[in-house]
Write a protein that binds this ligand. Structure first.
Ligand SMILES: Cc1cc(Nc2nc(/C=C/c3ccccc3)nc3cc(N4CCN(C)CC4)ccc23)n[nH]1
Length: 273
């Protein structure tokens, strides 16, 4: 049904779910099939004003091409004279960060299950040369089974494989060029370390009063673990192997999936109630 042209009359619009920077998201139902979706509405004048039509187009191309249980689906899109509509998968249990702030912090089982789901989703995205670059609790949703879904690909980029520009050989690429390529991918690994810490302690590791203080703490990797009984040493080990300044030294996605803390605590089906 992706070929067919959608239009607003195909949907009954429900309650607004949230308001993003460039538009609102509503729950909606496709009239014929009664299928429930989320409809993201972006005003064309906003696209012009902020000059983000290429970014929105890229988000759409990327998300249309991704099909993974932990990546929110983009089923299709349409537009009218003044708006663009994205037909998105509906995640019935809402925003993960609201669950985190409600609970204060997650159990090791819940945190490990979410980190495993994120790692699998990122491994899939990286294999498709997609780097999200903006994984944060606000961009994570929960489906009806409590399974994590990465949403909002507004900031992800298709990684430019520089190799093609040098006709296949790496011999001529300066180390920082190659390193830069590796670095791009590993930025998501760093973020997994941040999220793992935040899931277990309820706040990100380098939080500070001001932006510049946070920046200083990140650059110093000023990492400390509050002494609490409910965070195991294996969890701290995993976090310390991800929050590493040298991106080439961060634990790979594959090694995260095999880490003892993940093996011991994560539910492989991604569900944990
Ligand atoms: C794209 C999408 C959203 C979505 N589902 C939901 N999004 C948002 C909040 C969305 C939002 C959007 C833009 C900016 C800020 C928030 N809030 C939701 C809240 C929900 N409920 C029902 C379940 N309750 C536990 C919490 C409130 C359910 C689904 C939600 N599925 N697919």
């Amino acid at each position: 049904n992706r070929k067919r042209e959608w239009s607003l009359s195909d949907f009954e619009i429900g309650k607004p779910l949230g308001k993003g920077k460039f538009g609102r998201v509503y729950v909606a139902r496709e009239v014929k099939s009664k299928f429930v979706v989320a409809l993201k509405v972006i005003f064309k004048e906003q696209l012009e004003k902020y000059r983000i039509h290429h970014q929105v187009r890229r988000e759409m191309e990327i998300q249309m091409s991704l099909q993974h249980p932990n990546v929110l689906r983009l089923y299709g899109w349409f537009h009218d004279s003044e708006r663009v509509f994205l037909i998105l998968e509906y995640a019935h249990n809402g925003e993960l960060y609201k669950e985190l702030s409600k609970k204060g912090h997650f159990s090791e089982n819940q945190a490990a299950t979410y980190i495993l789901s994120l790692t699998k989703a990122l491994a899939y995205c990286h294999q498709k040369h997609v780097i999200h670059r903006d994984i944060k609790p606000e961009n994570l949703l929960l489906d009806h089974q409590g399974r994590l879904k990465i949403a909002d690909f507004g900031w992800s980029v298709q990684s430019r494989s520089k190799r093609h520009t040098m006709c296949g050989t790496l011999d001529y690429l300066a180390p920082e060029m190659v390193e830069n390529k590796a670095h791009d991918y590993a930025v998501d690994n760093w973020t997994l370390g941040i999220l793992c810490y935040e899931f277990l302690y309820g706040a990100p590791p380098f939080e500070a009063e001001t932006q510049s203080d946070t920046f200083k703490r990140i650059m110093k990797v000023d990492l400390s673990f509050p002494s609490t009984p409910f965070v195991s040493s294996e969890a701290k080990h995993l976090i310390s192997r991800l929050l590493v300044k040298d991106s080439s030294q961060r634990l790979s996605l594959q090694r995260i999936m095999e880490h003892p803390w993940i093996i011991k605590n994560a539910n492989p089906m991604g569900v944990c109630n």
